[in-house]
Ligand binder design. Structure first.
Ligand code: MV4
Length: 500
């Protein structure tokens, strides 16, 4: 492979192209009219505009992307995450065009894309599953039997769903039939597939996922876990590796289960096997994601491997460049996702221009971003500005560096989730590792943020008032340090208000 087309945008397109350049591979960017000035377009060796801003007319336009790839004599297509990355039909079309799809086979994607067939494969390979219905629900009497056996409350899930879409908690037998019907018709209209199933509702789970990597010679390895329990409405906000709760024994057990699942579908390339971990440290297979994940950098930090390089390596037909014994955990890494959202205002998406944009630097800091100062954040796509990753010898050092990096990160023009991420880093439950997927709803209230409200005028007045107070007290020769709850003095606070 000498030339790769990246069928994606933003930070992940840039991140993939960087590895291509490391490997001496030429890159092609395809971009929408909204991304004309984006860094990934500039970074690529060649770039082609493929249509209007709407994803359906650009980043999801499989035919157009393949046409560009053929015209420019590309060898392979890397789909990144989202968009066409888990679309088995796209993968087939790429292959039919004589190009390499950098990812698993379409058969693997189909098997894992359907939650029920994924669970069936897991069951056949003796992987623990949450107790529930055996396959899709076809009959209400059967459903009641399964729910009673699993124990209420139960969760109804859509087979074609995933990522929490179309899930419903049902507390009692009374509501089961009605909820199954609703869930099924919802799934039918959302995914074109009404198949639903039941699982016991695990009340306080932690979300732990295993990174796997396979080649086309039958080798599969695991690159340990990431914990992604800090989520908001099924949107991951903070991820870390390793998990603060796994013991070496459970880690090995989960890793080996993940490898068995991957082998069950002849997996090649990078994949992620998701598990729930309950209060009794029992884990259950949930689903498999057949793509490179947003949070892959934390795994790269603790293992030292470049996952994109390895994806390209196996897509070329080579064997994995490492064995299970070569993979060891060194240190601890944390990633926070920086979104253009206002955490003080129910995480409302914020649109605007990055008036100031200055990412943190220094020891143990990695920033995967796709914007530059003065760029506008397009409204058409996900509002993620960047991923901020810190790495240290241990968890404490990674947290410490994250707080430092968040303080260094200067963004103005849009509100961001950075203050929220700092709140998490300093929260006792996070610091001590005692948290689950309910962290945000359990502990976070907007007024807990150490930053001024988004009401700029009120903020300005408060800062000015504080400064006057200090200067008066200084005049009176009273030794006092005006400080807010953040422990910073008023002028520093004012300086910061534009930047956090
Ligand atoms: C569950 C669960 C509790 N019990 N399954 C959400 C995303 C999808 N991958 C599976 N999800 C869940 N499945 C059972 N049987 C709770 C969740 C869940 C969750 C899982 C991981 C991380 C965050 C979550 C937030 C809400 C619900």
């Amino acid at each position: 492979m000498k030339k790769i087309l990246v069928a994606n945008r933003g930070e992940i397109a840039l991140r993939i192209m960087r590895t291509c350049r490391d490997m001496g591979i030429k890159t092609v960017a395809v971009f929408s009219e909204a991304d004309r000035r984006a860094p990934f377009v500039n970074y690529a060796d060649e770039a082609v505009c493929i249509g209007p801003p709407e994803s359906s007319q650009s980043y999801l336009n499989a035919e157009k992307i393949i046409e560009v790839a053929k015209q420019l004599h590309v060898d392979g297509i890397h789909p990144g995450y989202g968009f066409l990355s888990e679309n088995a039909n796209f993968s087939d079309k790429v292959k039919k065009a004589g190009l390499v799809f950098i990812g698993p086979s379409s058969d693997s994607m189909r098997m894992m894309g359907d939650k029920l067939s994924a669970k069936q494969a897991a069951k056949e390979h003796k992987i623990p599953l949450v107790p529930g219905s055996d396959g899709a629900i076809t009959d209400i009497k059967e459903a009641i039997k399964a729910a009673k056996k699993a124990g209420f409350p139960v969760l109804i899930k859509a087979s074609a769903g995933g990522g929490g879409k179309g899930m419903r908690v049902v507390e009692s037998e009374k509501l089961l039939e009605e909820q199954i019907k609703l869930a099924s018709s919802e799934a039918k209209s959302a995914f074109g597939d009404g198949a639903v199933f039941i699982e016991r509702y695990v009340k306080s789970p932690r979300h732990i996922e295993i990174q796997v990597m396979g080649d086309n010679h039958g080798n599969v390895v695991y690159l340990f876990e990431r914990e992604c329990s800090v989520q908001r409405r099924h949107q991951k906000v903070i991820e870390e590796a390793p998990s603060s709760i796994l013991t070496p024994e459970i880690r090995k057990d989960m890793g080996e289960c993940a490898v068995r699942i991957a082998k069950a579908c002849n997996y090649s390339g990078a994949g992620t096997v998701e598990f729930l971990l309950d209060e009794n440290m029992k884990f259950y297979f949930l689903e498999m994601n057949t793509r490179l994940q947003v949070e892959h950098p934390v795994t790269e930090c603790i293992t030292g491997f470049d996952l994109v390089r390895e994806q390209i390596n196996v897509a070329r037909g080579n064997k994995l460049s490492f064995t299970q014994e070569d993979i060891v955990i060194r240190g601890h890494a944390i990633e926070v996702r920086v979104y253009a959202e206002d955490p003080a205002n129910n995480f409302l998406p914020d649109i605007g221009t990055l008036k100031v944009y200055s990412p943190p630097k220094g020891p143990g800091v990695r920033v995967d971003d796709g914007f530059e100062e003065r760029m506008e954040i397009p409204i058409y796509y996900d509002s993620m500005i960047s991923k901020l990753i810190t790495y240290g010898e241990n968890r404490e050092e990674a947290i410490q560096r994250m707080v430092r990096a968040i303080d260094e990160y200067k963004i103005s023009g849009v509100e961001t989730t950075l203050p929220f991420c700092k709140f998490v880093m300093q929260h006792k439950a996070f610091v001590t590792g005692k948290f689950d997927t309910h962290f945000v709803s359990q502990y976070f209230k907007p007024e807990m943020l150490n930053t001024p409200s988004s009401d700029d005028e009120a903020t300005m007045l408060a800062a000015v008032a504080a400064e006057i107070l200090v200067s008066k007290q200084v005049k009176k020769n009273i030794s006092v340090q005006a400080s807010n709850s953040n422990g910073t003095n008023a002028s520093e606070w004012r300086k910061r208000r534009n930047y956090q």
